[in-house]
Design a protein around this ligand. Structure first.
Ligand code: PMP
Length: 334
C-alpha cells in the first residue's frame, strides 16, 4: 500500500484528552489491581532478567491459560492484545473476502483494509442478531462473529454459531467480553477445527494497559499462527502479570459480579433507551455525548446506523451514580 493510499484509507487515531472526571469510553475495567496484588506482582517482576528476550512462544503463559480453560498449551496462542492476533488470522486462510456483521468491532475492517481483503458486510438485524452469513461462507477467508458484540452488547445464539461453523469456513468468534455474559462457546473448539476463539486480558481482567490477548483453536491452527507471529511481540513483564492474575481469579470474579450488578442497575433506570447487554457496557438510544462531556463524563459517540446512540462503559458505583444523574437531567427527569 502506498502512502497516498494510506492517507486516503486511514485516518489518524483520534485521541480524546482533557481534564474529564469520568472515563466510560473504552470498555475498560474501572478497577486497577488491589495494592497487595500489585506489590506481589512487582516482587515477581523484579526477578525477571530484563537483558533477556521473553520466551519466544510465551509457553509459561500459554500453559497457565490452558490450565485455566481446560485445554492444552497447543490450543493457545497469546498476542500483544487480541488485536494483534486478528492481523495474523487474516493472513492464514485461503479465500477472497471476509464476512462481518455491522455494527461491530472496527478492527476486523481495519486489518482487512490493511491487507487489501474484500469485506462483505451482512448487517445484524433489528435485534442485532446475525442474519444469513452462511450464504457468504463460500470462498470466505474468515467469518467474524463478535459475541457479546461491541458496540451492541448482545450475544448470538449457540445454534446460529454452530450453523455458521457447519459451513466449514473459518469462523473467528470474538469473546472479548465473555466473562460478563451467561455462557461461552469455547468448548466448540473441541468439535470444530474451523473455529478460533479470541479472548483478552483487557476487559474483565482489568489489564488493558499491559496488552495481552489470546486465541483458542485446534492444535493445527495454533501451530500455523505461531509460525507467522512476530517472535517477541509480547514482552516479559506483561506475560508475567497476566500469569499472576490467573492465580487471583477470585478478585476478578468479584469485579465481574460488581460490574454485572451495576450494568443491570443502569439498565433498569433507563429501560426505554437501553438495549440488553451481556458485556461491561450499555448501548443507549440517547444523543447525549456532548451533554455528558460537558458534565465531565466521557462516553463513546457512535455513528452510521447507530448515530444518536452512545456506548457507555460500566464504571464504579459513584461514577455510575453521576452518569445516572446526568442522563436524568438530559432527559429532563431530575
Ligand atoms: N475484540 C473486541 C470486540 C473488542 O471490543 C476489543 C477491545 N476494544 C478487542 C477485541 C481488543 O482487545 P485487546 O485489548 O486484547 O486488543
Amino acid at each position: 500500500m502506498r502512502i497516498e493510499e494510506i492517507i486516503k484509507a486511514f485516518k489518524p487515531y483520534k485521541v480524546v484528552e482533557g481534564n474529564y472526571k469520568i472515563w466510560l469510553d473504552k470498555n475498560e475495567s474501572p478497577f486497577d489491581l488491589p495494592e497487595e496484588i500489585k506489590d506481589e506482582i512487582f516482587e515477581e517482576v523484579k526477578k525477571i532478567p530484563l537483558n533477556r528476550y521473553p520466551h519466544i512462544t510465551a509457553d509459561p503463559l500459554r500453559e497457565r491459560i490452558a490450565e485455566f480453560l481446560g485445554f492444552e498449551k497447543e490450543n493457545i496462542i497469546v498476542g500483544n492484545g487480541s488485536d494483534e492476533l486478528i492481523s495474523y488470522l487474516l493472513k492464514l486462510f485461503e479465500g477472497e473476502h471476509i464476512v462481518i456483521s455491522s455494527p461491530t468491532f472496527g478492527m476486523y475492517n481495519f486489518y482487512a483494509k490493511l491487507e487489501g481483503i474484500k469485506l462483505v458486510d451482512v448487517p445484524l438485524d433489528e435485534n442485532f442478531k446475525l442474519q444469513n452469513v452462511e450464504d457468504y461462507a463460500e470462498k470466505a477467508k474468515a467469518i467474524f462473529i463478535c459475541s457479546p458484540n461491541n458496540p451492541t452488547g448482545n450475544t448470538q445464539e449457540r445454534e446460529k454459531i454452530i450453523s455458521v461453523l457447519e459451513t466449514g469456513a473459518p469462523v473467528i468468534l470474538d469473546e472479548a467480553y465473555i466473562e460478563f455474559a451467561k455462557g461461552s462457546n469455547v468448548d466448540l473448539v473441541n468439535e470444530y477445527e474451523n473455529l478460533v476463539i479470541l479472548r483478552t486480558f483487557s476487559k474483565a481482567f482489568g489489564l488493558a494497559g499491559i496488552r495481552v490477548g489470546y486465541a483458542v483453536a485446534s492444535e493445527e491452527i495454533i501451530d500455523y499462527l505461531l509460525r507467522i507471529k512476530s517472535p517477541f511481540s509480547l514482552n516479559a513483564l506483561s506475560m508475567k502479570i497476566a500469569e499472576l492474575m490467573l492465580d487471583h481469579y477470585d478478585v476478578i470474579k468479584q469485579n465481574i459480579n460488581y460490574i454485572i450488578k451495576e450494568r443491570d442497575r443502569i439498565y433498569k433506570e433507563f429501560k426505554d433507551y437501553v438495549y440488553p447487554s451481556e458485556a461491561n457496557f450499555l448501548l443507549m438510544k440517547l444523543n447525549a455525548y456532548e451533554f455528558l462531556l460537558e458534565k465531565g463524563i466521557v462516553v463513546r459517540n457512535l455513528s452510521g446506523r447507530l448515530s444518536n446512540h452512545i456506548r457507555v462503559t460500566i464504571g464504579k458505583r459513584e461514577e455510575n451514580n453521576e452518569l445516572i444523574k446526568a442522563l436524568n437531567e438530559f432527559l429532563g427527569v431530575k
